[in-house]
Design a protein around this ligand. Sequence first.
Ligand code: SAM
Length: 403
Amino acid sequence: MKLKIEKMDYEGRGISHVSEKVCFVKKALPGELVEAKLLQDEKRFSIYETTEVLTASPIRKTSLCPFSKECGGCALDIMSYEDSISLKKEMLKELFKKNNLPIKEFEIVKSSHAYGYRNKISLKIENGQLGYYKEETHQFVPIKNCLLAKSAIQNLMKDFSLFHIKNGDMTIRANQNDELLLSINTKEKMEIEKKLIEKHKIAGIIWNNKCVYNSSFFIEHINHIFYKVHANSFFQVNIDIAEKIALDIEKEFKKEDILYDLYCGVGYFSLKLARITKQVLGIELNQNAILNANYNASLNKISNVSFHLGKVEDILEKISVKANKVIVDPPRSGLHKNVRKVLKENKFEKIIYISCNPKTLARDLQNLMKTYTLTSFKAYDMFPFTKHIECVCILSKKMENEI
Ligand SMILES: C[S@@+](CC[C@H](N)C(=O)[O-])C[C@H]1O[C@@H](n2cnc3c(N)ncnc32)[C@H](O)[C@@H]1O
């Protein structure tokens, strides 16, 4: 089917129409004429994938990654980094317009590294080969390298044969010192060659949830704070952007502030902000992350912070110390409805909403803006060349006469 692409949707797909039915076309750019194959046909829309570009957009370039066609993780590495930023801006504007949100002009802060920025990747292993699942499928795509990963991770991938693994999965993390933490799951026994340990800075290996070499965590050092990060705890994947976000949000706090850091992980924001505020209370459901967060507070000699284990939606209301400001950094699903309710009822002075999913952010903003005014919006390119983006919103309590 030949399709003419009109514009981009907020998930990085081209939009076209066939007899008034909207078609989402993967791997196509605005202005292009493409040959595409049908992947999914629904009553109100269809999804296609480009098989051939018949008339290319002037911004289209060849991907640097030899696996990009099959893998699809880097939907935007078919253009320059600058162009990918402009396109992400259009994608966000489209989403906000669709959701009637008053966000029209804003900055996207660029990543200092467009490649080699990811400090964590999760790979599949099938028949002795490393790979990713093709986006939104369980179709295995063998890869030998991933240009988004930090060089220490790419170097380890080159030595994959030294692991002797046939089937399973492997998550590789690298810290700022290029130390590597590996989490591997296999059915068969794993026999790692000694050469691998000698050649790479392996901080630890966890095999089927058991630490089998050295340690189950490593230490990350960012901007004068040390963080113990357990293999299965969340940690920011692009440190350059995480630092830029932290520097920007620090400006929103004063010495007398009491702050809730909701979805706090191992305390990335809590520990930074404890240094410039009166008190910080973090909430997080991952037990290892909470153990690490407490350890991190004492490691950095920070005593005005406490961490609380549980789901934010269950324990937020039970915390006796009342905060005047809140940070929320939820997973892709966004805020639970109970959390939105508590945020609205308590009318905090300020909410800083950090989001890795603009779609759920838009939903939550629509709801929170009954009680809060959106005073600032900025996007950060945490995930260059992919369709993903991080957003930070500042919401301030509405005055009585504004409600
Ligand atoms: C996007 S990460 C943010 C982590 C942290 N703010 C940071 O910068 O490292 C989201 C975190 O929320 C946690 N989480 C997910 N659902 C949760 C819930 N319902 N209640 C509390 N924490 C949750 C995850 O374990 C993860 O650590």
